[in-house]
Design a protein around this ligand. Structure first.
Ligand SMILES: [Zn+2]
Length: 121
């Protein structure tokens, strides 16, 4: 099997990371005490609204922000983990079998932790 081009995947991961961070920045702010923790912002622009429908909307918006933030946070952690593996020279190794992960799988998901055989583990 040919050797994995880590430079190529590093570029992809960094690009993906920048995208995730700018997405996170629109709906959350980073916890000053923990740069890996993003705190969702409430949908409310000011607290003066008296319309109960408005505040129901912003609660809903806050909840969907919260879900999205945790989703993006997980993706960001995976990307950071993959970047860490590149630094440690063990990128592209299946965490289950220890085999090299298929290049096409890494193309589709550069942060993949497992080979195709262990995709659901
Ligand atoms: Zn495997």
């Amino acid at each position: 099997m040919e050797k994995i081009n880590t430079e190529h995947f590093k570029k992809k991961l960094l690009l993906e990371k920048a995208k995730l961070i700018s997405e996170l920045e629109t709906i959350s702010k980073v916890n000053p005490n923990n740069p890996e923790d993003w705190e969702p912002m409430s949908g409310e622009k000011d607290g003066s609204t008296a319309d109960p429908n408005d505040s129901a909307d912003s609660i809903e918006e806050y909840e969907s922000n919260t879900a999205l933030v945790s989703e993006l946070e997980v993706e960001l952690k995976e990307i950071n983990a993959a970047l860490g593996k590149i630094e440690n020279d063990n990128y592209g190794v299946c965490e289950i079998s220890g085999h090299q992960i298929e290049t096409e799988r890494l193309e589709a998901n550069p942060a993949a932790r497992t080979c195709k055989a262990h995709i659901n583990e």
